[in-house]
Design a protein around this ligand. Sequence first.
Ligand code: B3K
Ligand code: ZN
Length: 872
Amino acid sequence: PSAIYLKDYKVPEFLIDKTELTFDLDETQTIVTSRLHLRRNPESNSATAPLVLDGGEDVKLIGVAIDTYELPKEEYSLVNDKLIITATPNEFILTCETLIEPQNNTKLEGLYRSSSMFCTQCEAEGFRHITYYLDRPDVMSVFTTTIIGDESKYPVMLSNGNEIERGKTEEGKTFVTWNDPFPKPAYLFALVAGDLNVINDTFVTMSGREVALQIYTEPHNIDKVDFAMDSLKRSMKWDEEVYGREYDLDIFMIVAVDDFNMGAMENKGLNIFNSSCLLASPKTTTDDAYLRVEAVVAHEYFHNWSGNRVTCRDWFQLSLKEGFTVFRDQSFSADTHSSVVKRVEDVSFLKTAQFAEDAGPMAHPIRPASFIEISNFYTLTIYEKGSEVVRMIHTLLGEEGFRKGSDLYFERHDGQAVTCDDFVAAMEDANDVDLSQFKRWYSQAGTPRVTVTDEYDEASKTYRLHMSQMTPPTPGQPTKLSLHIPVKVGLVSANNEPLSFVYEGNTHDETVLHLKDAEQTFVFENVTEQPVPSLLREFSAPVKLNYDYSTEQLLQLMSGDADGFNRWSASQQLAVNELNQLIVQYQAGQTLSEETQLLKGFATLLSDKTLDPAMVALILALPSQAYMSELAEEIDPHGIKAARKHLRELIAKGLEQEFKVAYETNTTDGPYEATAEQIAKRSLKNAALAYWVAAGSDEAASVAVRQYRNADNMTDQFAALSIIVNFDLPEADELLNAFYEQWKHEALVVIKWLMLSAAREQENGLANVKSLMEHPNFDIKNPNKLRAVIGGLGQNTQAFHNLDGSGYAFLADQIILMNKRNPQIASRLCTPLTRWQRMEPELSGLMKAQLERIAGEDLSKDVYEVVSKSLA
Ligand code: B3K
Ligand code: ZN
């Protein structure tokens, strides 16, 4: 497999003004007929270039015609899955008949079956597995789609746009024709057919148009879509209010499917969702999952403008739509719930998972310069770091300036396929600013390090911050240029008051510093006392900040900083420092220290009734195993685990009474609701319960069991079960089984059960994981279930990082198994192994050996790219 490069981009030789598709659906053979209205691209340099259409090994060509002329075999060729026609008129209709077998499609790309329905997934390059096409996002076409099927099996047949015709064929089958008036690339095409139920609603847009809203599911799930529908209507309203974006078609449909490689897909007018990102009911769905449904519904809806109306020129520009749309969905959730809580959650995720990616062999800029398989680039870097880059533009321009920029972007490029440069240019032009240095964020990979020192001059009341920046080398990028980094800062006084200061002639409580050089000093005047600096407020840039805070300063920021985000940040830093000391002690075989400064900070926190319980819960959560791994020079999973366990017990025992009180005072009244207020209380209540149990209290253990038995919602039931299992309480086996029996008919709950069971640390952990994969309710075709088991194993330190290498070997077995079946999933399963160079030597060698074993197989492009880059 070879790489393709951004620098090689060329405009398409042909354009397709109209695409007419007919699908004759059948359980064994589906016939697709396409009529492509083609013409030479006036922007191409060649007047004679051949027509080269993309296809797939799974597409069988039956016949091809130019206008009415059926091409004999000599007049076209099929090479490397491409259909090549050398002699064509300048403008013509190409008719193509192909045969596909959706029932044998295990890759879940193109047209496939999920339980009893047909559905599609075409982004990025799935459409070529349906028929021959110019499968690239800068070829935009108006699609008309006719679906023919047996009405008794497929009473619902959907595609993009509006239904324009319906009737019977001569053989008595039903046909439905859909037309989407908005030109779109093939990756936004969708088709669904099945025996589905629907709920209907409407939304009146800001210009007074009524839009029909429909959500489709298999019959047994139709009672779980009310929350998604409500989220959709709130998203539509929000996009009108915050971005001035109105929905364009008369109908918007969402369909839930069980077998789906990712979360969801923004197909024009017909979003298709992994059911885990759409279905929600109090009894089966946790608070976290409710919030995810809301965020994903919003994300896919927002793509209608940031992605569909204005799309990407090529796949190197993926972050143009994904980074921007993640920023939009994060803002929506922040506006809907608590913005600080949302920011902490997003940053915590970024610092754990994206920073790890950026420090590994797959590190790439948010606009990559090359790739082997685009599916591998739907990454945390493109999505989450991409969002941070858009957020920095927002910080630099301010709310109003950013809106001017986005208005200009949408207006200037409506109906076009554009680049990240076009996005930044619109932001620059609307605000008359120069973002040329800032644009290095698009081309440079790796997480910048910002090191800060300070000095205070009592006599002149002057305070100086010295900052330096450095981005470590990443694969293919040995040296880095200085970035434009917005650093939001405030100063805090000794008695916890904001300290105002004069910076560049103006008085502030808080300001954004522009760090642009390798080293820079910022001077603050009129600073009345030696301050504690509150740096990188709200995480104003995706960097690793290093300032040598004392424990006292961290405790102070933790309780006194005006910036809620930095209160959390300080508590995390304090916990990281203590965990690192414990890890060193563990590795040296010493007894682990019995003292922790966190007790003081947590005690203050728990006694402060003015705080948002959700924030308290976030601060109480110790840095995760994954985050500590990301920070480590050399990862020792067993050391991290031991340190976390020890620190958790110290805190639990030191504040046992406080946790009991926090548990008892944070109960929610009335029926379950996924509101910020209720979610906050449940999160603190359950965090407190975990600590209370960790203290070894029998009372707490029986409270946990009681909560499990009495819970009327999945959040409380599953939190209790997790505590019971993770602390290995005597009821663990019994209740895990009871949980399965209670919920075995709810696929999404079974997934939670699989995950918790696989993550359970016990003697025969790996044997248990293997038996889960033999379980009658396990299904290797279902990515959610596979991810649950393998993801659970990844969290099971004892089983996965076993020194006999069995955990890694098992993972490699699954990767090899999935490599052919579903390359996208196989490639994602490789992620833990890509960290091998950062592991302690023994584990590192074992991981590498498994990567080498995988490398010896006949690999899909997806797995080949990740494995070969990891071993390079
Ligand atoms: N745009 C889709 C991604 C689908 C990629 C599949 N390989 C989901 C989203 O980001 O909204
Ligand atoms: Zn997206």
